[in-house]
Design a protein around this ligand. Sequence first.
Ligand code: ZN
Length: 313
Amino acid sequence: MLHRVAQQGETNAGKISPVHLRNCLGYLVDHDYTFISLEKLILALKHNQKLPPKSVVFTMDDGYVDQAEIASPIFLEYNCPLTFFIITGMLDQTIWPWDAKISWIIESSESPSLENCATVKKLNLKLDRNISKRILRRSIQNALKKIDTKYIPEILRKLSIDAGVTIPDQPPLAYQPMTWETARQLEDQGIHFAPHSVNHNILSRLGRETMEKEIRDAWQSINHELKNPVNVFCYPNGKLVDFGEREIEVIKNAGYLGAVSTVPGVARCNNRSDDQIYSLPRLALPNNMTDFIQYCSWIESAKEQLTRYSSLK
Ligand SMILES: [Zn+2]
């Protein structure tokens, strides 16, 4: 699973550099891994079919310009199938996601002690003094992930006032989404597209009707814009608390083939279950080679099995 990708020469610990991405894909080619598409994996799981050993699936979430212009061509260059999950409202240019707005507010604020402002204090975060902007952003995002989505716009408005900035209606340059036209061009070149909700709101925090709308409208919109989207859903945020049986049922009834989470883990062909197909685990692409090689080995899988075994005891 990939998220944002760095521009050439940009140093940002949260973003994957194009050089590193090439090194990872090159490593997999040199060590006889087989790239398969997400759809192929899900169909194999559904029909109990065997996959080649050392199969790897790549996905990328959200739909920003860097992902389209920098990361996608690298996957094409390596002939590696990529399923690109997009926030459809972002490509429709009707929203920019609330979590991106938090990042932007904190990055653009010149306030020396935003962690002490009234809005942050109200969130009751346990913050150390002089924390970095990165930790402050993460703490606020995590706090807002736990509350009812309808309160978020007002909290963002207050936070932006405390931060001394005005949230622009249209996303600033660093948060520009790709266009549908670019998506169509990438689709023609072989990139697969699939929906990642309309607004990037956490489904388990939404009322039933709004939650259903997020799931159905995202598919409708991507299906309207693109020729051949893949009907696999990607849960916003994707942790186990962010979706549950209620969401899985709606996704199945809406005709989706499967769904992916952000719960870390590997898909198992010998353990076929509907639950697995509608909450497929993924591993975030690490930003260093040592971790990447460990993820590709069976160490991660063995660790997972051990945890499962000890929880059964
Ligand atoms: Zn996302």
